[in-house]
Design a protein around this ligand. Structure first.
Ligand SMILES: [Fe+2]
Ligand SMILES: [Fe+2]
Length: 191
């Protein structure tokens, strides 16, 4: 599988979590109390899968490969994408602080989780769209067959090093709770 195809597949999983967070924000906004452990799982997925796995592969492997193939380092799309990752990290820190205060019984922080959560969702939806529509096609045009193969090898090593199975289980569990009845494209084939 081409490295950018793998990244787009991860975007699809991330978009499911963004829909979960959006639904959770709607419910908090309506005054509903949610199990704190579920908010913790949303934050843990972002930290472990979105940031620790997906953004790590982009910043640590894809972007350097594109730079080596001639993409501008400063002022170009790679700098814009990395800057958006940084804004996303800031928003996740806010979500994490709100989730932990909520767990400690401070119901007043629900509004703070909703605000940072909604900002995170809209930032990431636009970010993912830019990468799928523009950045990944640009990478595919720039990288030679040999460079793609080298990137593929490094992506495989990253997948072996990072244990993301538990996070994907949590994603499916939250999907069942917050998006009931929606198509579950991310479920593995039933055996
Ligand atoms: Fe990105
Ligand atoms: Fe991405």
């Amino acid at each position: 599988m081409r490295p950018t195809v793998e990244l787009t597949g991860e975007h699809n999983q991330i978009k499911v979590m963004l829909a979960v967070i959006d639904a959770a924000c709607d419910r908090l906004d309506a005054g509903e109390k949610l199990p704190p452990a579920e908010l913790d799982k949303m934050v843990a997925f972002i930290n472990g899968f979105v940031d620790g796995f997906h953004h790590d592969k982009e910043e640590g492997l894809l972007f350097p490969a594109m730079e080596a193939a001639g993409a501008p380092v400063e002022g170009g799309p790679l700098a814009v994408m990395a800057g958006e990752h940084e804004i996303a990290r800031h928003l996740v820190r806010q979500m994490s602080e709100a989730a932990s205060a909520y767990r400690d019984g401070d119901g007043g922080v629900a509004a703070s989780f909703v605000e940072s959560g909604r900002n995170y969702v809209s930032l990431m939806l636009a970010h993912i769209d830019k990468e799928d529509q523009f950045l990944y096609p640009m990478a595919d045009g720039q990288l030679s067959g040999g460079q793609q193969q080298e990137l593929r090898r490094r992506f495989d090593a990253a997948s072996e090093a990072d244990d993301i199975a538990g996070l994907l289980d949590d994603l499916r569990e939250l999907q069942e709770i917050y998006l009931p009845g929606e198509r579950r494209d991310q479920r593995p084939p039933q055996t």
